[in-house]
Design a protein around this ligand. Sequence first.
Ligand code: SAM
Ligand code: SF4
Length: 335
Amino acid sequence: MSIPSSTSPLVDRFGRRVNYLRISITDRCDFRCIYCMNEDMSFLPRAQILTLEEIETIARAFVELGVEKIRITGGEPLVRKGVLDLLSHLGPLQGLRELVMTTNGSQLEAMAEDLKAAGVQRLNISLDTLDPERFRQMTRVGNLHQVLRGIDAAVRVGFKRIKLNAVIMKNRNHREVGELAAFAVDRGIDISFIEEMPLGVVDSHDRAEEYYSSDEIRQELERRFTLLPSPENTGGPSRYFRLVGTHSRVGFISPHSHNFCASCNRVRLTVEGKLLLCLGNEHSVDLKRVLRAHPGDTGKLKKAIVDALLIKPERHEFDLKEQPLIFRHMSVTGG
Ligand code: SAM
Ligand code: SF4
């Protein structure tokens, strides 16, 4: 049974209520985006990762504690075998209002319909560029046309909402922000522009040198569109604006220029079973250990989750000019 949100025990020391869980169901991916991974990555052995049943048990405990929104992410969530079964078990959990997913789009052409049938309501699809050559450079291995076909398939299927996610890097794709927004407008979908975060050491570029701020992106967009601040909030870190005269919204995820920690309502579960209390800090609790030490005892699991909130930090500590404080890559963290 889920409990009323007003009495949820998931409240941290700063009075923030956690009602949103992001679950990374794999650290593997068919792309190698330069801001997320290195070309040569080693992935976790099977024994170290949560089984789908364990993920479901943890998700159920969170929902019973008052979580209302779950995002399935990765790595690339659609490369994990059994993902559709997992989704179809999570969707009906009583008290869960939204089951959503972040994907790179590579498998969507074949899977969009099944995802909707399995209960996914909204999709975030990553798309940083519309130039095939640049797409290949930024993902190292990805095929733009495959992803564009995936996006079109998702649009046809008719999710409640689709949003593109674009990480913008100076002198790489920053000149494309207007084109990317126009692409979203043409399809009646939303788009968020993301400032690159220093998660894990990457060998392809200097993050500080390629930093491009949300304010610069906004100025660029204002040459083409009228942006109207929108009070809408999807329960994530984006600040939204309506693009006047269109059905689309544009969001900005600005960890460097507009800190969003005061309204943080989320925690992350890694595929290793670690509960991360903050994207930009190492504070974590090993839920896999609790689960495997006390099989079937959801009381112990729930207590570990409630207690974990006591170490949720006040804010992230990102600093682009320093070596990263966070050594895990975004693919492990679950973006
Ligand atoms: N593979 C899926 C995808 O790419 O959409 C889901 C996982 S990916 C880690 C989730 C999101 O994190 C993507 O939108 C990606 O662009 C973003 N991301 C990855 N590394 C990032 C970084 N260092 N800074 C900011 N965003 C990042
Ligand atoms: Fe894979 Fe997503 Fe990371 Fe790109 S951002 S390497 S698609 S997990």
